[in-house]
Write a protein that binds this ligand. Structure first.
Ligand SMILES: [Zn+2]
Length: 181
């Protein structure tokens, strides 16, 4: 049984949060109680890459910043797949320099790498074992301006967001900020 709320899908086995409104700013709550805003252009761009039948997987990096005073996070931009990235139906590898260049450009305005996104050819995405392995790998090798690395998977009905905690290496799905429904 599924009950549709504005942004949320609740499944019997537990609560998962699927953002089905691709054209709105979405406010999530981080495990540390701070909020993270996904600006409206994030969903708008992700929607372009929904992986329908016959399409290859897409992906890119997430760019944003942490507010110095109150510690909330803004995901403001993302990179899009390039022709020289390596893509197939079930995989995506960021080969193009474009992704690194976009992060370097963002650093000049005190933004930077916050995580990554990719698509799955299904309605409600779940991380594969390969995803979990690569996310754990990111937690060892990568850095953002906050204690978390963000991982987005885009399905056909919406996208879901997980965060990896850089300190304790735990990965968890984030929920919506209470006032954002
Ligand atoms: Zn995946």
């Amino acid at each position: 049984m599924m009950i549709y709320l504005k942004y949320m899908t609740i499944l019997m086995k537990g609560v998962i949060v699927v953002v089905t409104s691709f054209d709105k700013l979405v406010k999530f709550k981080l495990p540390n109680g701070k909020n993270v805003d996904f600006l409206d252009n994030i969903g708008i761009v992700l929607k372009k890459y929904i992986q329908y039948e016959g399409m290859n997987e897409s992906g890119g990096v997430l760019i944003g910043y942490t507010h110095r005073i109150h510690g909330s996070v803004v995901i403001e931009e993302l990179t899009e797949p390039q022709s020289n990235d390596k893509k197939s139906f079930l995989s995506f590898f960021r080969i193009s320099n474009h992704h690194i260049e976009a992060v370097n450009k963002a650093k000049r305005r005190n933004s930077g790498y916050m995580g990554n996104w990719h698509t799955h050819p299904c309605d409600y995405p779940e991380p594969s074992n390969t995803d979990l392995t690569s996310w754990h790998d990111s937690l060892v090798k990568e850095k953002t301006s906050c204690n978390y690395i963000f991982f987005v998977i885009v399905g056909r009905k919406g996208y879901r967001v997980w965060v990896g905690d850089v300190k304790n290496k735990k990965i968890s799905e984030i929920t919506l900020y209470k006032n954002s429904l």
